[in-house]
Design a protein around this ligand. Structure first.
Ligand code: FAD
Length: 112
């Protein structure tokens, strides 16, 4: 693009930074829930936070990946195009995002 690689643009680097941070945030929430569960502790809130952050974050990251690919990102068969379709259901099953929000909100209020 304009004689440069997409990675040379600061906006691309910013997008990559956001994507990596979103992925690491979800991973850390997941490891926290897993560690607490291994310790025999209740992880109602922690597991809900991990599930919500991982699936909502994945949707954002994949959407950003499609954007980085431009028109090629929506061509059938491209890996980001197929991920874009596949990720959508994960925000619904195993407890939809709204249900995770209810679980987290109720748990916070119970503590308060
Ligand atoms: C690809 C896929 C695979 C699946 N695999 C399985 C499986 O293997 N085994 C299995 O048992 N089920 C499976 N399911 C079903 C899945 O668990 C349900 O789709 C999920 O629980 C949501 O239920 P629902 O589709 O009836 O939507 P609904 O419960 O009708 O929800 C519709 C919408 O309302 C929202 N909502 C619900 N309650 C509230 C509330 N109190 N306040 C605000 N909004 C709310 C939801 O978040 C959602 O956005 C699968 C679903 C999909 C899409």
């Amino acid at each position: 693009m304009f004689g440069q690689r997409p990675a040379d643009f600061q906006l691309t680097q910013a997008k990559l930074a956001q994507m990596a941070t979103t992925i690491d945030s979800a991973a850390l929430l997941t490891y926290r829930a897993a560690r607490q569960r291994d310790q025999g502790r209740t992880v109602t809130r922690e597991a809900a936070m991990a599930k919500m952050a991982a699936t909502e974050g994945a949707q954002q990251v994949i959407d950003a990946a499609v954007q980085l690919w431009g028109g090629a990102g929506v061509v059938h068969g491209n890996v980001v195009e197929s991920l874009y379709r596949e990720i959508r259901a994960l925000r619904i099953y195993e407890g939809a995002t709204e249900v995770q929000q209810l679980i987290i909100g109720r748990d916070l209020l119970k503590e308060a």
